[in-house]
Design a binder for this molecule. Sequence first.
Ligand SMILES: Nc1ccn([C@@H]2O[C@H](COP(=O)(O)OP(=O)(O)OP(=O)(O)O)[C@@H](O)[C@H]2O)c(=O)n1
Ligand SMILES: C[C@](O)(CO)[C@H](O)COP(=O)(O)O
Length: 235
Amino acid sequence: MIRCGVVVVAAGRGTRMGTSESKQFLQLRGKPILVYTLELFQRMPLVESIVLVTGADEIARCEAYVRDYSLAKVCAVVAGGSERQHSVRIGMDKLPAGIDVAAVHDGVRPFVTEAEAERCLHKGYEAGGAVLAVPVKDTIKVVGSSGRIESTPDRKSLWAVQTPQAFRLDLLREAHRQAERDGFVGTDDAMLLERLGHEVYVVEGAYTNIKITTPDDLIWAERLLQQQMERTDRS
Ligand SMILES: Nc1ccn([C@@H]2O[C@H](COP(=O)(O)OP(=O)(O)OP(=O)(O)O)[C@@H](O)[C@H]2O)c(=O)n1
Ligand SMILES: C[C@](O)(CO)[C@H](O)COP(=O)(O)O
């Protein structure tokens, strides 16, 4: 039985959301977005431990969520860093000894499903690294600083990458340590393995696994939650 740990990163300030409250704490139907995310991994039999990374001033609040929502798999609540990558490394270092595969997940992606996360975790363990992703629907352009289009990559090869991103923990540790030594900061964890030549695979996820980032995403979030609750009522 592989031992799986999850690092949920929720130490950002949500500037693009434009709210005084960091977006991971905004409520959907009376429950914080972050709690929906944590509850998903709490429900997964494959997941043994969860490390929650949040703002230094939000630790007590998050510890109260752990108690109030019976999130027993949360083994640590720790303060994050100035960049997402730093928060991941801090959380990764708090995973219990013996974890084989670590999934890194954005706290503001509450709509990933257990099945999607499980497929990503298994692929990450088998192959070393795997990310949930969906084929790009729009045409993507490379645009120069003047606004002139410089190229149009073949859309068939383009995927929009999400989280969880799952890695054998030894590889993730190596990749973060090397990035730190090199002063390299990426926008996702897969980049840190790719730059070292490690293979990382996509696992096709769903377009509903949105990252709640800007105010319009809250409209989608409300609708997605409504659909999720209707499915639960029917089952
Ligand atoms: N220093 C940081 C920055 C981001 N995150 C987390 O990484 C996830 C994805 O980041 P993003 O959506 O960019 O969140 P913010 O950085 O909060 O948003 P913004 O860029 O609009 O400020 C979020 O759950 C966020 O809380 C983190 O733990 N530590
Ligand atoms: C990790 C990620 O969610 C993959 O799409 C994304 O790169 C996070 O970017 P952000 O600017 O930190 O939200």
